[in-house]
Ligand binder design. Structure first.
Ligand SMILES: O[C@H]1[C@H](O)[C@@H](O)[C@H](O)[C@@H](O)[C@H]1O
Length: 654
């Protein structure tokens, strides 16, 4: 608690220990020279210096010149080879199957719904209920997951989640009617909530500090990978005349069973074991996941930090109450929940959900092709999450998130501009037919495509020749099949042989390239930072006693805003237009930037036990109040430490 440790201190200390113990051979310009291990301080200072450094050589008389960066890189590489057994990667990969299921189950439903609504004759309300029931159930079970994690441990919770996923998959694929489908979707949501909050915590607690960010970010890579695979499965099974949705929804059983079996053999988190007093087991697990590294230092540090926590946080009341009344954890919770909220407010799931519509706007009018091309969007999200995995330990969480959210805000504005240009140049309605079947239809009132498209009850029916649109009308939609008009020229299919088209949810435009560019830029900016960092940061900012509760609440916030944003998107677009909606999300992302800028400290390279101290600093002003400062100083006194309130003011508190 009272440790004042610089970034990477642990990693560098361990590196220099290794180097000191064994005098590593480091290859430089093809010449092998024995480099004397620098002390921790000198390694740190060398690392910060940019001038070339002459590395003192031991046996060799020739001196080798290496920059501090090269030295650090070589030492880091050697260190990582020595202390990162393959087991940690296996453990992270099996855990991240939870992320895969998260992505698959949230992604597959849009394609499944296209088939289901036809086969089961689902009303719009039932479709909405089936989609959002999973996300709603996930929000609730994420909250319950906090309690279960503390009680049963991370491993049992992951086993439970994969069991629930498997059961949900079986129910969905065999459902005889929509009521059973709803039960299946709720079951899957219960698994999702538990997995989404447990997996990042489990990976973070098992990883060595220098890999933690990367391995937790792999979980988000699996989420976006799951969404991508789901889009391919949707495309493939959309050709089946009957029961395609059963395969789409049922396929999730495969990764769920794989994860369940894998976790029968994987160990519990060593931190949870120590907290529960199962110290022998914890030591065995630590040795297993740290390979040939000496685990004493890490074990002692976790243990003493838990003992301190138990002493200081012995006060009663539920964990969430203790978190809210203790300034460092309150600030951490605000940062964690705020990040998750802004992730969803930046509109990722509207972009993912409406990518088919956006693609249609760009001229892809064939439904099947639009479904296939939507997988290009999902793939872009996946690809750029990979960039995040690569960057997280290089540039750190804070800079990655800040850069990502600025880019996200700008590309959302570009999307807004694309929609604005399309709206300004929207084609006029030239014909105003009526039909006795829909006497009170609002569709006949509209003079152009834009307002017609924004009304969910109407669609735009138009004929196109090579240069312009002519004979266009706004007609009511067939509520059972939104791909068709209720009557008239466009009532049989979306594209007629004479060049007549039915556009539902979009308008023909020549500015679609701006929208497409905005979409690609959006994903390229969002996916490396704002996509994974909320999950990664949340897995590391809470002390052990508050970790599962903190993650439960922040995951709950993520799911709640997910359902809020995706359910309200069409209504927001209706009242503000599409461009208004995207400008709104852009503004919200800018607010998110201010929030991240003032609240998110850098956690890269620190041991989990050290991260709490970052939220004791006055520099992190989120959630601080005047009375807190007194409490905080008192708290530091109780610890009897010389802890610096912040690195900058360097004033010790006795
Ligand atoms: O981090 C993930 C990821 O960005 C997904 O693409 C998105 O669908 C989820 O809502 C989000 O939590």
């Amino acid at each position: 608690m009272s440790r004042k440790t610089s970034d990477n201190d642990y990693t560098l200390r361990s590196m220099s220990n290794l180097m000191g113990e064994r005098r590593k051979k480091v290859s430089d310009d093809g010449e092998r020279s024995l480099i004397k291990a620098p002390s921790n301080a000198s390694l740190s200072s060398q690392a910060s210096a940019s001038a070339p450094t002459t590395a003192p050589t031991g046996a060799s008389s020739s001196s080798t010149t290496a920059t501090a960066g090269e030295l650090e890189r070589a030492a880091r590489k050697q260190f990582q080879q020595d202390v990162t057994p393959a087991f940690v990667y296996v453990l992270a990969a099996f855990s991240a199957l939870g992320g895969f299921l998260f992505g698959y189950d949230t992604g597959v439903v849009s394609g499944a719904m296209l088939l289901l609504k036809r086969e089961m004759n689902l009303s719009a309300l039932w479709q909405e209920v089936l989609v959002s029931s999973t996300v709603g159930a996930a929000a609730l079970s994420a909250l319950a997951g906090g309690f279960l994690n503390g009680l049963l441990g991370r491993r049992v919770c992951i086993l439970l989640a994969s069991f629930i996923f498997s059961a949900g998959g079986v129910v969905l694929s065999t459902a005889p009617n929509k009521e059973v489908l709803l039960v299946g979707r709720i079951i899957v949501g219960l698994g999702l909530g538990i997995a989404s909050m447990t997996v990042p915590v489990y990976i973070a607690e098992s990883s060595p500090p220098h890999l933690r960010g990367q391995l937790v970010t792999v979980n988000t890579l699996f989420i976006t990978g799951g969404q991508f695979i789901a889009s391919l499965v949707d495309g493939a099974f959309s050709y089946l005349r009957r029961d395609g949705w059963r395969y789409m929804l049922g396929m999730s059983v495969v990764p769920a069973v794989l994860q369940f079996v894998g976790f029968l053999f994987l160990p519990e988190s060593p931190r949870w074991l120590i907290q529960r007093g199962r110290t022998q087991k914890a030591r065995r697990v630590l040795s297993q996941i740290r390979g040939n590294q000496n685990i004493d230092e890490e074990y002692d540090s976790i243990k003493s930090s838990i003992e301190e926590e138990e002493r200081d946080c012995a006060g009663g009341g539920p964990v969430i109450w203790r978190m809210l009344t203790y300034p460092p954890t309150r600030r951490a919770l605000i940062v964690g929940c705020g990040l998750q909220m802004f992730q969803q407010l930046s509109g990722i799931n509207t972009v993912m959900y409406y990518s088919a519509t956006i693609l249609q706007m760009s001229g892809v009018r064939d439904d099947k092709l639009a479904i296939w091309l939507a997988s290009v969007t999902a793939f872009t999200n996946f690809l750029f999450t990979l960039v995040g995995v690569w960057l997280v330990e290089r540039v750190g969480r804070r800079r990655l998130t800040l850069g990502s959210i600025v880019g996200t805000a700008l590309s959302l504005s570009l999307l807004g501009i694309g929609f604005l240009l399309s709206a300004e140049n929207t084609p006029a309605v030239t014909l105003h037919p009526t039909h006795p079947a829909t006497p009170n239809s609002t569709c006949t009132r509209y003079g152009s495509c834009e307002p017609c498209m924004l009304d969910p009850a109407c669609g735009f029916c138009y004929r196109e020749n090579s240069t312009s649109l002519f004979s266009s009308s706004c007609v009511p939609v067939n509520q059972a099949i939104t791909g068709e008009a209720a009557w008239g020229r466009c009532s049989n299919t979306t594209q007629m042989s004479d060049g007549t088209y039915w556009a539902y949810n979009y308008c023909p435009t020549s500015y679609s390239w701006v929208v497409l560019l905005g979409l690609m830029l959006y994903l390229a900016c969002f996916a490396p930072g704002m996509g994974p960092m909320p999950w990664t940061v949340n897995s590391e900012i809470y002390p052990l006693w508050a970790r599962s509760t903190g993650n439960a609440y922040s995951a709950g916030v993520n799911w709640t805003f997910n359902v809020l944003v995706s359910l309200t998107f069409l209504h927001v677009a209706q009242s503000l237009t599409y461009y208004g909606a995207f400008f709104l999300y852009s503004g919200l992302a800018l607010l998110g930037f201010l929030f991240v800028f003032s609240c998110l400290p850098e956690t890269k390279g620190r041991r989990l036990e050290e991260v709490e101290s970052l939220f004791e600093s006055r520099l992190c002003t989120c959630g601080a109040s005047d009375s807190d400062e007194g409490r905080q100083i008192e708290y530091i006194r109780v610890k009897g430490s010389n802890y610096h309130l912040s690195d900058n003011d360097a004033s010790d508190v006795e």
